[in-house]
Unconditional design. Structure first.
Length: 139
């Protein structure tokens, strides 16, 4: 795979790599991921129906897939994709933070929202910087 060719590409690659890592962690060691996010452990074997475990596996697989998409977009320097992620990552930040504020998620979960928001701002700033630099190069 090719290394990113732009600052915005690197922001996407870092996020993508971390999403893959979190996805693999959730699939292989769900208790570690849940503990990191402030949730209680997955029910022990023998629980009637481990709905939390199923949901975590599905979320982890989605995280893994999303991480791969981000890495591939970064390798291709696909800036329209980078731009599309900014508002949706800000939306994710808002929703995840509100879940903590209204008591529907543990306090540690706010780090997920903040990570999304910070990533969106950094990617947006990198895209802006690259756009300004490109305009100056034309002049």
């Amino acid at each position: 795979m090719r290394a990113p060719r732009s600052l915005s590409g690197w922001t996407m690659a870092v996020f993508g790599g971390l999403a893959v890592l979190m996805g693999v962690t959730g699939l292989v060691a769900p208790d570690i991921l849940l503990g990191t996010l402030g949730f209680s452990e997955v029910p022990a074997d023998g629980a009637a129906v481990d709905q939390a475990g199923v949901l975590l596996a599905a979320s982890s697989m989605a995280s893994f897939n999303m991480g791969v998409y981000y890495l591939l977009a970064a390798a291709a320097d696909w800036r329209p994709f980078f731009r599309w992620t900014v508002p949706f990552r800000l939306l994710t930040c808002t929703v995840f933070t509100l879940l903590v504020v209204v008591g529907k998620a543990p306090g540690a979960f706010v780090t997920v929202g903040l990570w999304e928001g910070l990533g969106a701002v950094v990617t947006g700033a990198a895209l802006r910087r690259e756009s300004v630099a490109a305009r100056r190069a034309v002049v």
